[in-house]
Design a protein around this ligand. Sequence first.
Ligand code: KG4
Ligand code: ZN
Length: 355
Amino acid sequence: MPTLLALETSCDESAAAVVRDQRVLASAVASQVEEHARWGGVVPEIASRRHVEALPGLIEQVMAEAGVAYGQLDAIAATAAPGLVGALLVGSVTGRTLARLHGKPFLGVHHLEGHLCSVQLGDPLPPGPYLVLLVSGGHTEMIRVDGPGRYTRLARSRDDAAGEAFDKVARLLELGYPGGPAIQAAAADGDPRRFALPKGRVSLPEGGFHPYDFSFSGLKTAVLRLVTQLKAEHQAGGAPFLLADVAASFEQVVADVLVERTTRCARDQGLETLVMVGGVAANQRLRQRLEQRCAELGLQWRLAPLAYCTDNAAMVGVAAEQRLLAGGVSEIRLAVAPRLPLEQAPILYAAPAPF
Ligand code: KG4
Ligand code: ZN
């Protein structure tokens, strides 16, 4: 059973974890959100600098908590793609330096493969292929998983990712960054059926609509129009602004559209298990909607544990462990790639290193 130290620095969370046999021995995350909040989004140069400051302490902390010495590690892993290039470099250089220093194999990990593996930190998955709804700040995709490392993307968002929609709508509701948790809090007492918002369909050149692909940019515009109208009414006649209802209605339409299209895809594909991972998978309304709909349709479901939905290093460790067990090791000179489709994750273990 291999023991791994894993690092994650692809965006605005610095994270380290020690994992063994798909279980977390220790995991720590230092979020930078407060720092980025005043700019309304992630500032790449600030992110890199904060990773440099936070990572050594996090590594020390998880090694101590796990009670593991460097000599006992079987490998060291770090997210190598995709993400902010400067941020990725901090984790990668740190991981490769430690690997060289202690004579351990190094594995570069694909961030989305990390998210896919986060579900393995919860209840065991039923056997057989399954459909994953991956919803994060940068990606909204349906991925069919036929086994470790065997992925087929079946759908995606054509414009904004679901998390991006949460962040943009939160900004126009003046709720701050990151938008997901802020909207969830604002929506808690709201009426989710108060306002009808569009479900954003993707037209096909031959007519009709794509059955699974998403589009969230129109939804954001619709919320903007609604907010402008409500504000004008509020100022003119003192009508209440109904912020909670707007937030709840937005959350509801996102949950409805994600769950509707994903369950349809699962049934069309004959897949009996649905999995949800990524930062937006932390959303309570979405989790409830997915569970409820799967139960109605007789589908099985597994949600990434709440603690491992948003970026963390434990999921990176699980992905690395899976690759290591299949004989995968990266070259020590493997650098980072800001963009890399999930299907190309195997090249991280190729020789010579692709970048
Ligand atoms: O997976 P993640 O941590 O980073 C990426 O790989 O992108 O996802 C971050 C995204 C952000 O857009 C954030 O607003 C969203 O996940 N998010 C949520 C919630 N918590 C985080 N969205 C909706 N509801 C939440 N509770
Ligand atoms: Zn992520």
